[in-house]
Design a binder for this molecule. Structure first.
Ligand code: ARG
Length: 628
């Protein structure tokens, strides 16, 4: 399956080259999905934007572009139409669409279903930094978005054929570990000798008590500070305590990942501690350089870093070539990035500089994507600016050089019904594990209610009910989040996310199960095989055509998701697909189609729809069920 938009772009580019010579290759032919089905499937807006430059009337130019399209265009599309001021309306030819669908290979069990979608021609090595929970604290709802958005991005890029390196930048270093180690040594000395037998039952309480002691007890506070020094000096007993705390935290968050269908494993962990030894070097390099002028061309107005000591701390000031600050405080003063505090301690930013350097130089990243909430936007802008200006992001291979792409993918806040950040009734952060328990509990209640209804019951065993509830509950929470424009805040609503109607996981999962059941019924009574040779797909009815077109659009949807890292384009697509299937099923009898050929064709459309839903939900890390 090729991307239709991509194919149309190639055809139109050929026409532009025929008209304007090689200049035409640099022109974007402005292919867009049609705003209204009555105008066709796609449109090109290029004639209007190019007319002036070529000294032609837009409608005349539109005709010329149509006349110069390569012969293939007649096969792919129905006759072109010029509309209004010079839009070119593009309608895909049903025979061509059917041919494309017929080319999709069957799914082979045990291998990832790609629906015939090719991998990108130029794969990149991409680091995706996501989740990043803080050690010794339970994951709360704030970590949900980074974990699932990041995971979907990683899955999509992986599907596209990029080499994805997941990095879990856990917060496992810093002064608070002194207090945690001191507290652990005092309270649970046995844990250090028998780490596998003694467990912290409540990480959160442990953290709270340790902080309280640190505040109220001067003697303890002293010990905690000594532990910080001991940790930096790699004192064996302190390291043991630290390791115990990290292991214990991992025991809390790995199951949450597994439950969420987030693919992060222990191997993907590269926490802040990993970079601790590298910080003096990184900071030293900046300090020694003093003033760094960015390589020409990287920043529109130029960029200069001034590394200075300010009130005992080492800071980087950012300026453009005219000496104006690149970052300002709310009061309008130049805002520096602190990389070493006056007491010699390093900061979050210092670690991120070291991590970025490591990812580029040692992991060989050509692109690095960070997934955190929008509040860290300035932090990453500063880190990126420093790295670019220092020349870290220019990868050279032989004589060619390319710029490492750095992206900060941000997201908004999850709100409660009161439109304030979601909290428990008592005003605390909602623990992620509790939230997921509740989701599954609610989903189970819904399944049990259906099972109690003689008209609707499926006859599930207890075990099946629990399995369905788990998949639906978790899927609902994830989908409700991933279907949002990630930059906006959204209101968390159990009723909405668990509804069987609307753009929800239960609706899509139910559609999948229903289509599969139709397919199974049809395939049983089918003579001969349901493949393209025995049963070519035909797109005759409008509803068949609309469904076929939507299935074919999956490839370009994934392309757009990857291009803008906007996952809601995928959820919108899946919702539309399910809706078009329902219309098709309403208008086009499948099991009772007029001819065996038609039945076979429609069964294959069912199969392709179900597989597309499954692959699409799979990219969101949402499981499909054969029965629901
Ligand atoms: N631990 C951080 C937090 O909870 C997230 C880490 C994000 N990654 C990074 N390289 N800074 O906010």
């Amino acid at each position: 399956m090729t991307s239709i938009a991509g194919l149309l772009e190639r055809l139109f580019t050929e026409s532009l080259v025929a008209i304007m010579g090689e200049d035409g290759r640099g022109v974007d032919p402005l292919i867009r999905p049609a705003t209204d089905v009555r105008f066709g499937d796609y449109q090109s807006n290029i004639a209007m934007s190019l007319a002036k430059r070529l000294g032609a009337k837009p409608r005349d130019l539109a005709q010329k572009i149509i006349d110069h399209l390569p012969a293939d265009a007649q096969r792919v599309c129905e006759p072109f139409e010029i509309a209004g001021p010079g839009f070119i309306n593009i309608r895909l030819a049903p025979a061509w669409m059917a041919e494309q669908l017929n080319l999709v290979p069957g799914a082979s069990p045990g291998t990832l279903d790609r629906l015939g979608i090719e991998k990108v021609a130029a794969p990149k090595r991409v680091v995706v930094d996501y989740s990043g929970p803080n050690i010794a604290k339970q994951m709360h709802v704030g970590h949900l978005r980074s974990s699932i958005i990041g995971d979907t991005i990683a899955r999509v890029l992986d599907f596209e054929g990029h080499q994805v390196i997941r990095q879990n930048h856990i917060g496992d270093w810093g002064t608070q570990f002194g207090m945690l180690c001191a507290y652990l040594k005092e309270k649970m000395p046995a844990a250090l000798d028998q780490p596998d037998q003694v467990h912290l039952s409540d990480l959160e309480a442990f953290y709270r008590e340790a902080s309280a002691r640190d505040k109220d007890d001067a003697d303890f506070h002293e010990r905690a500070r000594a532990e910080v020094v001991a940790l930096h000096n790699k004192n064996e007993s302190t390291l043991r305590a630290w390791r115990y705390i990290v292991d214990e935290s991992r025991r809390h968050y790995l199951p949450v990942y597994r439950r969420l269908g987030v693919l992060l494993t222990q191997e993907d962990e590269r926490g802040e501690s990993f970079y601790a030894d590298r910080l003096p070097q990184v900071v030293g390099d900046f300090e020694q350089a003093g003033v760094i002028t960015a390589p020409p061309g990287l920043f529109p107005g130029g960029a200069v870093l001034r590394v200075e000591v300010s009130q005992g701390a080492l800071v980087i000031f950012f300026e453009n070539a005219a000496g104006e600050p690149l970052f300002k405080s709310p009061e309008g003063k130049p805002l520096p990035m602190i990389i070493r505090k006056s007491d010699g301690a390093f900061l979050y930013a210092t670690t991120d500089l070291a991590a970025l350097q490591f990812r580029i130089k040692e992991l060989g990243a050509e692109r690095v994507i960070y997934v955190t909430d929008a509040r860290q936007a300035q932090h990453f802008e500063m880190v990126f600016t420093a790295a670019r200006a220092a020349g870290w992001t220019v990868q050279s291979e032989g004589t060619a050089s390319s710029e490492v792409q750095l992206d900060h993918v941000t997201f908004g806040t999850i709100l409660g019904e009161d439109r304030r950040p979601l909290k428990t009734r008592s005003g605390e952060n909602v623990k992620l594990a509790d939230l997921l328990d509740e989701a599954v509990r609610r989903a189970e209640a819904l399944v049990r209610a259906t099972e109690a209804d003689p008209d609707k019951r499926r006859g599930f065993s207890d075990e099946e009910i629990r399995d369905v509830a788990e998949a639906v509950g978790i899927g609902a929470v994830k989908y409700a989040d991933l279907s949002q424009n990630r930059q906006s805040d959204y209101v968390f609503s159990w009723d909405r996310m668990l509804a069987l109607e609307g753009n929800t996981a239960p609706y899509l999962m139910y559609a999948y199960a229903r289509i599969r059941s139709i397919y199974r019924k049809g395939a049983e009574t089918q003579e001969g095989e349901l493949n393209a040779t025995q049963a070519p797909i035909q797109l005759t009815e409008p509803a068949e055509r609309a469904l076929g077109r939507q299935i074919l659009r999956f490839a370009e949807t994934i392309e757009s998701v990857a291009a803008g890292l906007r996952i809601n384009l995928l959820t919108d697509y899946l919702y539309e697909l399910a809706g078009l299937f329902m219309k098709f099923y309403e208008h086009c009898p499948v099991l009772r189609a007029e001819t065996p050929e038609l039945k076979a064709s429609r069964l294959r459309l069912c199969d392709l729809t179900a597989r597309t839903l499954q692959v699409g939900l799979g990219l969101l890390g949402i499981r499909t069920l054969e029965r629901m």
